[in-house]
Ligand binder design. Structure first.
Ligand SMILES: *Cc1c(COP(=O)(O)O)cnc(C)c1O
Length: 306
């Protein structure tokens, strides 16, 4: 939804005074939306290993944005970034904005993690019980495995009217979307999947995936391989330095970049990613590590012989 309408209508903001505030790990669709709406982005870097936001980086980005004339902020906080599954501590954004008295709306991008994180982390604070949250997206075509095109947008009462297209006169209801006509079959598919699992069935499934992810991480720890994992998510992002390309391609790992300087590969632990597959992957890594150790032993031997 175009939240900038709220600032334009309610505060008589000028479009160039509105910015989207988000981390560098934010999904590219946010850049696409910003482009479409002629909004500038304020991108905050994250820590290279922990993928976490930090207060000084947010302060610096905000102060620069203010100097550039930005007065209103659309905050996009990730509940599960696509590559890492990392969850933003949105409290850091809110504290920095409030300290500077800057109006904002908080959107939670839970496209990837929305069907996982709230089920695995009972302390999840980013829901509509929290008055700071304006809107949330969850994609049913990610973890829920519904057909593509089942993105779900939820917002507080009173907000959606801001994007009502008054010219849509022949429509009996309202047109509140950008894309216009959509398939009702998609909504039926999501409903069917959700009602087949039921809330307990889905929570149990997430529990199983959490256990599997934990087991996989233990195996990586035992091998001293570097990776990132948000503790309540089912994504393990491996440092590419430890993974030979041949193994990555054989097991169809998703690279962060389809370029030579790729630094990460991710494994998403889902139903069909079974223990046998993980064991086969670990065995391939073991074989690679063993051959590397042999090589190192050969190279090192002149020094070790006295
Ligand atoms: C997939 C995803 C989106 C939206 O992408 P679609 O094109 O609707 O699939 C947005 N944010 C995140 C974090 C995602 O993973």
């Amino acid at each position: 939804m175009d939240v900038s309408q709220l600032f334009l209508q309610k505060y008589q903001a000028r479009r160039e005074e509105i910015a989207i505030l988000a981390s560098e790990d934010t999904h590219y669709s946010i850049a696409k939306g910003a482009n479409l709406l002629f909004l500038d982005k304020v991108i905050v870097p994250v820590h290279p290993d922990t993928r976490q936001l930090n207060a000084p980086a947010i302060a610096e980005a905000l102060d620069q944005a203010r100097a550039d004339g930005k007065k209103y902020f659309i905050v996009v906080a990730n509940m599960g970034t696509t590559m890492f599954g990392s969850v933003d501590n949105a409290q850091l954004y809110l504290a920095a904005l409030k300290q500077r008295d800057l109006p904002f709306q908080l959107h939670i991008d839970a496209a990837y993690g929305g069907f996982v994180y709230p089920f695995s982390n009972p302390q999840n604070p980013w829901h509509f019980g929290n008055p700071e949250v304006s809107s949330i997206t969850v994609d049913a075509h990610k973890m829920l495995q519904a057909p593509y095109g089942t993105g779900i947008f939820l917002c507080r009462k009173g907000l959606i009217e801001r994007v009502l297209t008054r010219e849509a006169e022949y429509i009996e209801g309202f047109d509140l979307t950008l894309c216009g006509s959509r398939s009702g079959a998609n909504a039926v598919a999501v409903w069917l999947i959700l009602s087949t699992y039921g809330p307990h069935g889905w929570a149990e499934k997430i529990g199983v995936l959490q256990n599997r992810t934990r087991w996989f991480c233990e195996q990586l720890n035992a091998r001293k391989l570097a990776y990132f994992r948000e503790p309540f998510m089912n994504i393990v992002t491996l440092s590419a330095s430890a993974i030979p390309e041949e193994v990555a391609s054989r097991f169809q790992l998703v690279p962060q970049k389809h370029q030579a300087d790729n630094q990460w590969y991710k494994v998403v632990l889902m139903d069909h990613v079974e223990m046998e597959h993980l064991e086969a992957f670990l065995e391939a890594l073991d074989n690679h590590l063993a051959s590397r150790e042999m090589y190192n032993a050969v190279v090192e031997s002149p020094q070790t012989v006295k």
